[in-house]
Design a protein around this ligand. Structure first.
Ligand code: 7RM
Length: 652
């Protein structure tokens, strides 16, 4: 391995496969060739202000046009200054005004199989009524509304109703504990809580209201609570505080004009767990975020009139904000929303939904893809997936083996895969193939979108040589970027703008290959240092996952007297085998695939890996386990670390 400079990461994985889009796909695409992408990219690079100014004028509705495109006083940014717009208007009224009110906005299926469809006109009417309900309970522009609801149309309706009034929503994944809700409500100063009686999960009813009651006992700022009836279980309603959604809606008028809001009016807060301590409320504002969600949606998913688009993310995650609600709805797309688990009533539920609704675009996460592989191809084979034309991935790096399976088994070899890299903080997709223009490589997010300016730097902030790994930064503002951390400007500076002066620090490592493609190498904190060589988690994990017995793998560094760190691998199997033999086989496999240095010292088999709510592997927790700091009860061959993850459900 080559000599290493301060802060650089070695790369050991070389992927040669290249998948250009088919001619047919490119011809019909919005962006049809690499040259066309390059022209757009260069135009944005030459004059980003001009580029975004034009985008904003053409792709958002303005009650009052903006007078200044960008005010940048690092690290604080303002976009489209002086303008007035409204995200709810852009998602709803704009389509009705354009004569497209009868298009289907939401196709929804509940876990038990109940179905609903809402046109843009119907959605508009529901949103207006609910906005009036919020008003009647005293909600005003600037107030924070805490939302803890299942994936029902009402969740999207609630978000859009807040946006209509300029109230700030804080969506909390409906699975977090009462403690987690109370912390977030307190930090945000939330005034009102929205929830439901319960939700369906894997055929069972989970009570949400009970959890909310416990949370509200510790959320003094919250004075009112609106409860959606979803499952019909018994709940206790506190007079004067709690109201039924349907009762308030009965009296509400559907006349509620969208409030013209300054571009920088806060749109939402979304909490993500920091690597240490209390969760941070990532703050996004109206115009820049809305524009960025819309344009990235249209570019990356190559959206067309006849698409049925399905993003499987929950709205409790940024992906649900940007690519279930704001991006697709501003673009006027038809969005499929599904309430429940992927394995209820059986492991083919996703494929069943795709066949039934003739889904054309599927956007999901590597954690789900690896689960599907483990569950077996026979679930897929039962269904006709020929409606699909494009596939997407988000949340973690996708291992090349999982990519190939997604490509062949789900995509029938004909669908491009967009591996989209971005973060809660970036508001929308930053790097991704444009499916008609950029040939894909399994495991690479390929190239930055127009207006995105990435840099890969070492510990001194100098650009690394091509091919080397380093810290991924962004050196110029973009409209979707976070505006700060709710109530904590200092933490915002410290976290994102201090380590590398003048650049936004993503917290991820990356490298660029000889074609200038980007490869995300995992979180900076997860780098493993073996005898002075800094290895990325994803590369070693991908080597493990390429072994036919392995379903999923996570590697971490464990303190080692001689090497500094040694690799411990946590592995789940596709089929249970003879553990001792496999352990040796996997070590040899990694040695053969990427070299002796990356060979794990220790392999621990587990029935499942601990994950965050959005499906990211919790390597931090595994690090503690490997170092012996966290004890898992007495176990034999297969351990279950998800138990520990559940005890720590405060992660994003
Ligand atoms: C959208 C989202 C952000 C972190 C990010 C990365 C990881 C996300 C990819 C990825 C490799 C990808 N927001 N990540 N997408 N890593 N390839 N395509 O996930 O705020 O919840 O997480 O997720 O580490 O920094 S998030």
């Amino acid at each position: 391995m080559s000599e290493q400079l301060e802060g650089e990461i070695d790369t050991v994985m070389i992927e040669q496969r290249l998948f250009p889009p088919t001619e047919q796909f490119s011809q019909q695409a919005r962006i049809k060739s690499l040259a066309e992408y390059q022209t757009l990219y260069d135009e944005a690079r030459r004059d980003p202000t001009k580029f975004w100014e034009t985008q904003a004028r053409e792709h958002l509705h303005w009650f009052t046009p903006f007078s200044e495109t960008l005010q940048w006083e690092a690290p604080f940014v303002k976009w489209f200054v002086g303008g007035k717009t409204n995200a709810s208007y852009n998602c709803l009224d704009a389509h009705i005004a354009a004569g497209r009110g009868d298009r289907t906005a939401i196709i929804w299926e509940g876990e038990p199989g109940d179905e609903r469809k809402l046109t843009y006109r119907q959605l508009h009417s529901e949103v207006c009524r609910f906005a009036n309900v919020l008003k009647s309970l005293g909600v005003q522009t600037g107030d924070v509304v805490s939302i803890y609801m299942p994936m029902t149309p009402e969740l999207a309706i609630a978000m859009l109703a807040c946006a209509r009034l300029g109230a700030v929503h804080s969506v909390i994944f409906a699975g977090f504990s009462a403690e987690a809700i109370a912390d977030r409500n307190h930090d945000a100063g939330a005034k009102i809580q929205l929830t439901s009686d319960g939700l369906y999960r894997r055929g069972k009813v989970l009570s949400l209201k009970e959890t909310v009651d416990q949370a509200l006992a510790k959320s003094p700022s919250v004075k009112k609570c609106i409860v959606l009836r979803r499952v019909g279980n018994d709940v206790s309603m506190q007079p004067g505080r709690d109201f039924w959604w349907h009762e308030l809606m009965e009296q509400a008028s559907d006349d509620c004009p969208a409030v013209p809001l300054d571009s920088e009016t806060p749109l939402f807060i979304l909490y993500t767990s920091g690597s240490t301590g209390k969760p941070k409320g990532i703050r996004h504002t109206t115009a820049g975020y809305n524009l960025y969600a819309r344009r990235t949606f249209e570019w990356v998913f190559d959206h067309r009139e006849d698409d049925i688009y399905w993003c499987t993310a929950d709205c409790g995650w940024i992906t649900g904000h940007s690519y279930v609600v704001y991006g697709p709805m501003t673009a006027g797309a038809t969005v499929l929303m599904y309430e429940g688990a992927p394995n209820f009533p059986a492991e083919d539920r996703f494929w069943d939904l795709i066949e039934k609704y003739r889904v054309t675009i599927l956007y999901t996460a590597p954690t789900a893809i690896r689960a599907f592989i483990k569950w077996g191809d026979h679930h897929v084979d039962k269904h006709d997936l020929s409606s699909l034309r494009l596939l997407g991935s988000v949340g973690e790096g996708i291992n090349p083996e999982a990519w190939m399976w997604y490509h062949t088994k789900i995509g029938g070899g004909r669908c491009p895969i967009v591996d989209t890299w971005w973060q809660t903080e970036t508001g929308g997709i930053m790097m991704s193939p444009l499916p008609g223009a950029i040939a894909t490589k399994p495991g690479s997010c390929t190239k930055p979108l127009p207006g995105v300016s990435p840099r890969i730097v070492d510990d001194n902030g100098h650009d690394v040589k091509r091919g080397r790994g380093g810290m991924l930064c962004i050196d110029y503002p973009w409209p979707g970027m976070l505006r700060g951390i709710w109530g904590d400007d200092q933490r915002y500076r410290d976290q994102y703008w201090t380590k590398v002066p003048g650049m936004y620090l993503t917290g991820d490592n990356a490298r660029q290959d000889s074609d200038d493609y980007y490869w995300i190498m995992g979180r900076i904190d997860d780098v493993i240092n073996v005898s002075g060589h800094r290895l990325s988690t994803i590369e070693v994990e991908s080597a493990l996952v390429s072994h036919p017995a392995v379903a999923e793998a996570a590697v971490v560094g464990k303190p080692d007297e001689i090497k500094g760190q040694a690799i411990t691998a946590f592995v789940t199997l596709r089929v249970e085998g003879e553990v001792e033999e496999l352990r040796q086989a996997l070590k040899m496999h990694v040695r053969k695939e990427i070299g002796a240095l990356a060979q794990p010292d220790d392999i621990r088999f587990t029935s499942a890996l601990p994950k965050t709510r959005s499906g990211k592997i919790m390597r931090r927790l595994l690090r503690d386990i490997a170092a012996g700091k966290e004890q898992v009860g007495d176990t034999t061959t297969l351990e279950d670390y998800t138990v520990l993850a559940r005890l720590r459900d405060d992660e994003d």
